[in-house]
Design a protein around this ligand. Structure first.
Ligand code: SAM
Length: 316
């Protein structure tokens, strides 16, 4: 697919380039904020799975840059944004980057060190594994990323804070909902307008963090497994009788973003310049070291690319 045809087919992809966002995902976070006001009063944020960085850009533009130019803020007052990804990311003003794996316990320690004893007001996680197309498998791997995100949340989020996490809707959505409800009295699954209807992606918007009484982050997985067992956790509505049939839990689900705004599943005509042609823009900032980088280099550099690709061994 050529650049111009992608611009036509995907209005948010085109708008992202026009507005200087590194990825169209920026609109998803903006639309979640329109509905849930997630940035209100936020001073410290963790952006999990942040590369190539469009959510970090949103955080920088909404929180850091306005504070920087405000006559009332001093240096020490500026919002603190820590972004983590397996991949490196080009710098963004006001964003501290950590290259690391969110499923690794040490990553939480690194984040905590940056906050210097204070806790975060908001944790966002747009993590996604490489999607296989096998929905059960993708949903499972995605839920492992969310649980890794939740582990970090239990270490770094202040009481009353918010957690936004990408989920894949599937048959275990109710289980995930109940697990999140252990820590957040309000959990809503939201589908921003910029997220395609054809995608099973949605976002869990978890508000008012409150850890269960006597909770020790070391016991997180034991606690979550209890939700997954028929005996369940006593004080949770959705554990009584288990999550099927008439007892199936009701999950608040909300479409968000301006409903009369752009539809991510529609094609829009391309705006023409004076000579009647359309000028496609280059992406704002492609990932600087994506996992497919070596394959692309080999393909470009070698007329025997195919043979070399066949011999390509996966590097750690
Ligand atoms: N929110 C980003 C943005 O707006 O630019 C897009 C995130 S992209 C959909 C998903 C990211 O998750 C990828 O950059 C990938 O490297 C990252 N990721 C997947 N598994 C991870 C892990 N275990 N630890 C850290 N990052 C991970």
């Amino acid at each position: 697919m050529g650049k111009a045809s992608r611009d036509k087919r995907d209005i948010y992809y085109r708008k992202a380039k026009e507005e200087g966002w590194r990825a169209r995902s920026a609109f998803k976070l903006l639309q979640i904020d329109e509905e849930f006001n997630i940035f209100e009063g936020v001073k410290r944020v963790v952006d999990l799975c942040a590369a190539p960085g469009s959510w970090s850009q949103v955080l920088s533009r909404q929180l850091y840059l306005p504070a920087k130019v405000s006559p009332d803020s001093k240096d020490g007052d500026l919002p603190l944004i820590v972004a983590i990804d397996l991949q490196p990311m080009a710098p963004i003003e006001g964003v501290i980057q950590v290259q690391g794996d969110i499923t690794n316990a040490r990553t939480a320690e690194v984040v905590i060190r940056h906050f210097d004893g204070c806790k975060a007001d908001l944790v966002v996680c747009d993590g996604a594994p490489d999607v296989t197309g096998l929905h059960d498998m993708d949903e499972f791997v995605q839920s492992q990323l969310i649980l890794a995100g939740l582990t970090i949340v239990t270490h770094v989020l202040r009481e009353g804070g918010k957690f936004i996490a990408k989920i894949f809707r599937g048959k275990d959505t109710s289980l995930l909902y109940c697990q999140l409800k252990l820590f957040f009295p309000t959990v809503t699954f939201a589908k921003p307008k910029s997220s395609r209807n054809s995608s099973i992606e949605a976002f869990a918007v978890c508000e008012n963090y409150s850890s269960p009484e006597g909770f020790n982050p070391k016991d997180l997985h034991r606690l979550l497994e209890k939700v997954g067992s028929p005996s369940g956790v006593d004080d949770l509505d959705c554990s009584s009788g288990w999550l099927e049939g008439p007892n199936k839990v009701y999950i608040p689900f909300l479409a968000c973003g301006d409903l009369s705004g752009y539809d991510s599943d529609r094609s829009y005509p391309l705006p023409k310049v004076a000579d009647g042609t359309y000028q496609s823009l280059d992406p704002v900032q492609p990932p600087i070291a994506p996992p497919y980088k070596r394959a692309l280099e080999l393909k470009k550099a070698s007329s025997h690319g195919i043979r070399e690709l066949e011999n390509l061994t996966l590097e750690p």
